[in-house]
Ligand binder design. Structure first.
Ligand code: ADP
Ligand code: ASP
Ligand code: MG
Length: 404
């Protein structure tokens, strides 16, 4: 008998009616004689509400308690799905991650799953049961509930597929698959039939919320094919797989963007070895993620300007850390909110010259100023004013023939 993992995201289980639909999807696979493992996220909006509550109780809410709190939404969704399947005459039950257990290590809020105990689930499957497993959570070496980062149910599903050697892992969501760019932001976005792990990882890390970045790393390491599709309409979705399996001649596969970045510039920094480290060390200690970085060559060999980007929500904290940093000297500190990063992604750019030029020219024609640039083998990112994001997205989508 073939095993299949089905993951349902927040919107897919967002209402009672949607949960009824989900139960039907699951039942269809049972009828086709699959061994089905279900992973569910919390009903949409629930996790956000719980995060809000943690902030309202305390500005320094304990990370361990945060995990207990925010993981509770999954429990509700799983019991409702199981309840509906039982109502339909199937053998089903909810499994909280600690009951299996799904083992994690690492820090609270951002743990990683490293093992799944197979025994109980195996015997439950053998006896014809449908386990409905809570995504997003695990249990750590101190027997405390842990969570694996926002959007983490994707990783839960992929790792269950790995440990149970599932034939397929299907991520059911509120769009029909992975698109050339967020279809809720650009109506011209097109569904991508197949995409490589590398491209999906870049798209997700650069803002495409449809898959959690860490989950794609897990899938790539374990060579797990993922199908992303809609829980509303019966249509084929997107296959995320290894590069070798894909034939296409596109230069750019997709475009991602972020929306809440901020830019920090230190003007007239004393230029000496170790200065960048002195700036970034206290930021990293305070868990502030620095993204793009540029340092100008100093004209006089004594002073330089350094610019980097962070999440807008970290701006105040960053400003304070820099101002109180006794190890650095600079003349001026410039802070800018309302900047966004837009990135073009595609393995095709490796073998195609002139992609960078085409991107810059397209933006120039639209009079969009580029503030910071960063590149890797398969992506080019630029920082622009947030107000220009839509204009840039439309122009780049057209330029790289993604509209067709
Ligand atoms: P779920 O709750 O099912 O996990 P998410 O909200 O996490 O769903 O992810 C789905 C959303 O991702 C879509 O509604 C869409 O707005 C957004 N998204 C962003 N970029 C893309 C993209 N390139 N392709 C498809 N969806 C995208
Ligand atoms: N419910 C969790 C979140 O909102 C996990 C997930 O959706 O995958 O982040
Ligand atoms: Mg998600």
């Amino acid at each position: 008998m073939k095993t299949i993992v089905l993951k349902f995201g927040g919107t897919s289980v967002g209402t009672i009616n949607k949960i009824k639909t989900v139960a039907k999807i699951i039942a269809d696979y049972k009828k086709k004689k699959f061994r089905v493992i279900v992973v569910s996220s919390a009903m949409s909006g629930v996790t956000n509400e719980l995060v809000k509550k943690s902030k309202a109780i305390s500005k320094n809410f304990s990370n361990a308690e945060y995990d207990v709190l925010v993981s509770s939404g999954e429990q509700v969704a799983c019991s409702l799905i199981a309840g509906r399947l039982i109502h339909l005459g199937y053998k089903a039950r909810s499994w909280l991650a600690w009951q299996i257990p799904i083992l994690t290590h690492g820090e609270h809020k951002n743990s990683r799953i490293y093992d799944v105990n197979k025994k109980k689930i195996f015997s439950y499957l053998k006896n014809g049961g449908v386990p409905i497993v809570t995504g997003f959570q695990g249990i750590n070496e101190y027997e405390r509930v842990s969570t694996i980062g926002r959007g983490g149910s994707d990783a839960s599903a992929i790792l269950l597929a790995k440990f149970f050697k599932a034939q397929r892992c299907i991520i059911y969501t509120d769009v029909e698959g992975v698109y050339t760019t967020d279809p809720n932001k650009l109506s011209k976005a097109k569904k991508i039939k197949e995409i490589s792990y590398e491209e999906m990882l870049e798209m997700a890390s650069l803002g495409a919320k449809v898959m959690q970045p860490a989950s794609i790393q897990d899938a790539r390491l374990n060579r797990i094919n993922i199908e992303v599709k809609s829980s509303y309409v019966k249509k084929s979705g997107t296959l995320i797989t290894k590069r070798k399996n894909i034939i296409n001649n596109r230069i750019i596969t997709g475009i991602s963007s972020t929306h809440n970045d901020a830019k920090v510039s230190l003007i007239g920094v004393k230029d000496k070895p170790g200065v960048a480290a002195s700036i970034f060390k206290p930021l990293s200690k305070n868990s502030i993620n620095v993204d793009m970085v540029v340092q100008n060559i100093s004209a006089n060999g004594r002073e330089t300007d350094l610019t980097f980007t962070i999440k807008a929500e970290d701006l105040k904290k960053t400003q304070k850390i820099i101002k109180t940093n006794k190890n650095i000297k600079f003349r001026k500190l410039l802070l800018k909110k309302d900047v966004s990063k837009i990135s073009i992604i595609g393995v095709g750019m490796v073998t195609t010259p002139g992609v960078t030029f085409r991107m810059f020219q397209t933006l120039a024609k639209k009079k969009i100023n580029i503030q910071v640039i960063s590149t890797s083998e398969i992506k080019i990112s630029v920082l622009i004013d947030k107000k220009n994001i839509k204009k840039a997205l439309i122009a780049l989508h057209k330029e790289f023939k993604l509209d067709n």
